[in-house]
Write a protein that binds this ligand. Structure first.
Ligand SMILES: Nc1ncnc2c1ncn2[C@@H]1O[C@H](COP(=O)(O)OP(=O)(O)OP(=O)(O)O)[C@@H](O)[C@H]1O
Ligand SMILES: [Mg+2]
Length: 367
């Protein structure tokens, strides 16, 4: 029998919530973090979504790059008995990248040369996948410090979530020995780029960073030269963190057809990358409603009058249509994703407060 999501996550140190836009990734990540804290764990809840949604979901005015402990008083409205703790943070990709350079630079001179370089300052936005890489690099660091015994990552809405998985690989490509040999050849990059021999290098740089900042690149490369070995090692360590058996990918979807289609496509990309799903959360579903037979309709009509009874019955029919639609979506997900732990989280009332909502979702996910 398939294990429950709670049983699967009990063995994992890292949980990465992925899925289409707007399906409830942030809500699910926060609820999983709370659910794990209710089981006594010390949890870091990390988001790379620059919008303030995680802070909002946690009823906080803001979150920063530093882990912030959520007090039991603040979390009281969740109604959860939190034996552990939750620390929440929003990744600032730029700062995290600077921290990485600071760690990897062999000395202060090298660090200053890199940090003050204009290309470097553009880098976190310019290198394809660097934002995602930074997130995973931060996970790696949080994991290595052993300050937390679980880390939950909320990912941003992404059309192409594969970018996220390929980020370490792309950064490795950027620092790849062959690439750099071309760029850092003794003749100097300026000379090479000016001459015909530079054309392939030029095309390569454009390909790798996706923008044309060539004038500054030579300076950047000589500045960053001393860090390359460290970056390479870090990128491969980070890549292997994604493959680690203690890392769990949890797919969040809603039962509507478009998110279902995206989730199925993404799950197959994950599988192809050797990163099987550890769980599926179908969020905001409409539970099945009992069929009304003629006798019930007549009894209802007798009790509250025909006009009101008609309204009630019409509402019941609408609920049935939504529930039937959701069953179709859930079935498609189950068929495509196979035997993974699955949790259905119903559409909750909109009148609940943020923390009440999180508590309710946490109880559904990790009962
Ligand atoms: N089970 C639920 N019942 C009712 N509302 C929900 C439920 N889950 C999430 N929501 C609401 O749906 C909205 C989107 O949720 P959330 O921000 O978690 O999605 P997301 O996948 O993180 O979105 P994005 O892709 O934009 O980051 C929020 O307003 C949230 O409160
Ligand atoms: Mg979100």
């Amino acid at each position: 029998m398939t294990r429950s999501l709670g049983e699967v996550l009990a063995d994992r140190r890292i949980c990465i919530c992925v899925g289409a836009g707007g399906v409830g990734k942030t809500t699910t990540s926060a609820a999983i973090a709370l659910g794990l804290a209710a089981r006594g764990r010390r949890v870091a809840l990390v988001t790379i979504d620059p919008s303030r949604r995680l802070a909002g979901a946690l009823a906080l005015s803001e979150l920063s790059n530093e882990p912030r402990a959520l007090s039991p008083e603040h979390l009281a409205p969740t109604g959860l008995d939190l034996r552990g703790e939750v620390f929440a943070m929003v990744l600032d990709p730029k700062r995290t990248f600077d921290e990485l350079v600071t760690q990897l630079a062999p000395d202060e001179g090298a660090r200053e040369r890199v940090l003050s370089n204009r290309i470097y300052r553009e880098l976190s936005g310019a290198v394809a996948g660097s934002h995602e890489f930074t997130a995973i690099a931060k996970l790696y660091e949080l994991d290595r410090t052993h300050d937390y015994d679980a880390i939950v990552l909320d990912t941003p809405p992404s059309r192409n979530t594969l970018d996220f998985l390929r980020a370490p690989e792309r950064l490795l490509q950027f620092f790849d020995a062959r690439t750099l040999r071309v760029l850092l050849a003794p003749a100097g990059i300026g000379a090479r780029l000016a001459g015909r021999a530079g054309a392939p290098a030029l095309a390569l740089i454009r390909h790798l960073i996706g923008v044309d900042l060539l004038g500054e690149i030579s300076l950047f490369l000589s500045a960053i030269g001393s860090l390359i070995g460290g970056f390479r090692d870090r990128a491969s360590a980070v890549a292997s963190l994604l493959q680690d058996p203690a890392t769990a990918f949890v797919m969040v979807s809603t039962p509507e057809s478009e998110p279902v289609r995206e989730s199925i496509a993404f799950a197959s990309q994950l599988r192809a990358a050797g990163l099987p799903l550890a769980g599926l959360v179908v969020n905001r579903y409409h539970p099945p409603v009992p069929q009304r037979d003629a006798a019930t309709a007549a009894a209802l009509s007798a009790a509250i009058g025909e006009a009101l009874a008609d309204l009630v019955l019409a509402a019941g029919e609408r609920a049935q249509v939504l529930a039937a639609r959701d069953q179709t979506g859930i079935q498609r997900l189950e068929e495509a994703l196979g035997d993974v732990p699955r949790v259905l989280v119903p559409l909750l009332e909109s009148g609940l407060g943020e923390l009440e909502t999180l508590g309710a979702v946490a109880r559904e996910l990790l009962p």
